[in-house]
Write a protein that binds this ligand. Structure first.
Ligand code: GUN
Length: 291
């Protein structure tokens, strides 16, 4: 079996065409959807992600601004910037690029973002709403993964889904979304024993580990959907995921490439959340958005 490729760029492109119409409608009403990206320090990978996010905003009609802070910034400085952005009516989404330098506690920074502008969906209020089954902003990577699964046409009800990695940003929220979609979900992590015994049962396997080769071909059930969230630099400088792609392609039914799989979907869902936030802002002002 050779797997079908889940092309994140192509799926994102299709979704973005619809969202551009929504952004155009907002702009025509005088509400320019606005996203603020805060980056602390000069992590090279983060610089690439932020550049891609800003470019994607421009293409779709979202106004974006970058706030670049020195790597030695204090919590007071960073929280001060967030406070100003929270109070800025022209900003509908605030994203603090992770990881943060060691002197900053990520949860303290994220909790300072107004939950109404938390387009990353990482504030505890938004994660709590997701847990309770009435999400307001979905975290971008998990939401993008669900869109990719939708594109396969598979009915997830009753399927075995195995997620490897228990981060707040990917593993835990994607497990909740799979659960809501009716899958039977197993959440594995660094202390899981006999990982392969779990992954071999998976109709849907999501790996968000951050380690090249974490998922070998023999760990994959024939015909499974394999979603690779890892973005790792291999010793020869190439970008690779967590999954042994060559071996996995011979067993899986569908597989996401790295790059060009989950990455473009994460950016696409950020655009979606920013437009959604601007639409809510318009509705709160009594501005009617006609289709
Ligand atoms: N760093 C890597 N991925 C992400 C993401 O989706 N959001 C933020 N804020 N930082 C990241």
């Amino acid at each position: 079996m050779t797997a079908l490729i889940l092309d994140g760029k192509q799926i994102a492109q299709k979704l973005r065409a619809d969202w551009k119409l929504r952004a155009d409608r907002l702009n025509a009403l005088g509400i320019a959807p606005g996203l603020a990206v805060v980056m602390v320090g000069d992590n090279p990978a983060s610089q690439v992600y932020v550049r891609n996010k800003i470019r994607a905003c421009r293409e779709i009609g979202i106004r974006s601004e970058e706030h670049l802070l020195g790597g030695d910034s204090t919590a007071e400085t960073v929280l001060g910037v967030i406070d100003r952005l929270n109070a800025d009516a022209g900003i509908h989404g605030i994203l603090v690029q992770l990881p943060l330098p060691a002197q900053l506690v990520p949860s303290v920074v994220i909790e300072r973002i107004s939950p109404d502008k938390d387009v990353d969906g990482l504030h505890s209020r938004n994660l709590g709403s997701l847990l309770a089954g009435h999400p307001r902003f979905l975290p971008c990577t998990p939401a993008g993964i669900m869109e990719m699964l939708k594109s396969t046409g598979l009915d997830l009800r009753g399927k075995e889904a195995v997620v490897v990695g228990r981060s707040n940003i990917v593993g835990k929220p994607v497990a909740l979304l799979l659960l809501q979609a009716g899958a039977t979900v197993t959440l594995c992590h660094s202390q899981t024993r006999q990982l392969a015994d779990h992954t071999r049962r998976a109709d849907v396997l999501v790996s968000a580990v951050g380690k090249p080769g974490a998922i070998g071909g023999e760990m994959i059930k024939l015909g499974a959907v394999v979603i690779d969230v890892g973005i790792n630099r291999s010793p020869n400088g190439k970008l690779v995921g967590d999954v042994d792609y060559g071996a996995a392609r011979e067993r899986a039914g569908w597989i996401t490439p790295v790059p060009g799989g989950v990455g473009p979907m994460t950016i696409a869902m950020l655009l979606c959340n920013t437009i959604l936030s601007a639409e809510r802002h318009a509705a709160a002002q009594g501005i009617e958005l006609k289709a």
